[in-house]
Design a protein around this ligand. Structure first.
Ligand SMILES: [Zn+2]
Length: 337
């Protein structure tokens, strides 16, 4: 992108081949998946001071093309999935497995040039073998969404078998992953979305129930489906428009994990519900790089599946942004390079 604003600031052009430094690998990009983060960076909501031009793209699958000095364990020609979180690797946070809290933490495509390109350079620690049962486009649809959902469902909410888990905005990349991970952990999943079509697709992914939150009293339906109790755990990134409903849909002693606020950041929180009903709210962003290992093992076994909503060539990135922005797709928008 060479400016901040609408999809029209995305330009397809030629730049110099990126150099590969010590400890780094250069990956020939075969597919790159879109995330809402791309839209926020494009608009300047995230990274408003980033130098331009900038290259977006956090989710890459491709083939290692060159390795820098000192790189071991990965060689040119290997098909890989790129882990989008880059950290220093030697601070207290990194060493305790909390690398997404590292003071130098970067996300590919946000703080450094990403994968809307033929080539991308990342630390060698950020590439993992591509699961053989997936094509490049499917593999690119995995990292950011599944990492984000994994930290919410497994690390923060610590979902247990038999719990009722409400997953908001069921058609989004993160929620498509969260539905599957919550099922993997034995939960009963209530998917919530704004259309019956999206709810049907959520059921196809394993969701047990569906709630249409375009109705004003949608949270009452969550209570009804849980025998009046409410959801034990909630995955949410819908923002101000639904926040009060999310709180009211949560059971006494329940947990909410929040990873974004699509409809707005300024929301009303009825504090009486938080203390009196003893709710816990977890903020969440990304996950430790290590979490991509179990995710890819489950993917290789076919227990977690990427969902492709739309596949476009890289040159049509702007169209991909519009699709994502208008919430016209269920699952990931992926660009082929
Ligand atoms: Zn660090």
């Amino acid at each position: 992108m060479d400016g901040r604003g609408g999809p029209e600031v995305l330009r397809h052009g030629e730049i110099a081949e990126p150099a590969v430094g010590p400890g780094e690998v250069r990956v020939r990009v075969r597919a790159v998946a879109l995330n809402h983060l791309d839209l926020w960076v494009r608009k300047g909501v995230a990274g408003p001071k980033l130098a331009l031009p900038h290259i977006l793209g956090s989710d890459v699958a491709g083939v290692v093309e060159a390795v820098g000095p000192g790189v071991q364990g990965v060689a040119p020609g290997e098909a890989v999935v790129v882990n989008p979180g880059v950290s220093c690797g030697h601070c207290e946070r990194c060493l305790s497995g909390q690398d997404n809290l590292c003071p130098e933490y970067q996300i590919l495509g946000e703080h450094r040039w990403g994968g809307y390109a033929e080539l991308v350079v990342v630390p060698a620690a950020n590439v993992l073998p591509k699961p053989q049962n997936l094509g490049f486009a499917e593999a690119a649809a995995i990292p950011l969404a599944f990492l984000t959902a994994w930290q919410m469902v497994v690390d923060k909410l610590q979902v247990r078998p038999g719990e009722d888990v409400l997953v908001m905005a069921a058609g989004s990349g993160v929620s498509v992953a969260a539905i599957q991970i919550a099922k993997l952990y034995g939960a009963r999943v209530i998917a919530a979305a704004g259309s019956e079509e999206k709810l049907e697709k959520a059921r196809d992914l394993g969701a047990d129930e569906g709630v249409n939150y375009s109705r004003p009293d949608w949270f009452k339906e969550v209570r009804r489906l849980t025998g009046g109790k409410g959801a034990d755990a909630v995955v949410d990134h819908t923002g101000a428009a639904y926040w009060e409903g999310v709180i009211k849909a949560t059971a006494w002693g329940g947990r909410i994990s929040l990873v974004g606020a699509s409809s707005g950041y300024e929301a009303l929180t009825p504090l009486s519900h938080i203390f009196y009903r003893q709710l816990t709210i977890f903020g969440s962003t990304m996950a430790s790089k290590s979490r991509l290992y179990p995710i890819l093992r489950w993917v290789a076994q076919g227990r977690l599946k990427p969902v492709l909503g739309s596949l476009l060539p890289l040159a049509r990135a702007a169209e991909g942004h519009r699709l994502l922005e208008e919430r016209q797709v269920f699952g990931k928008v992926v660009l082929e390079v």
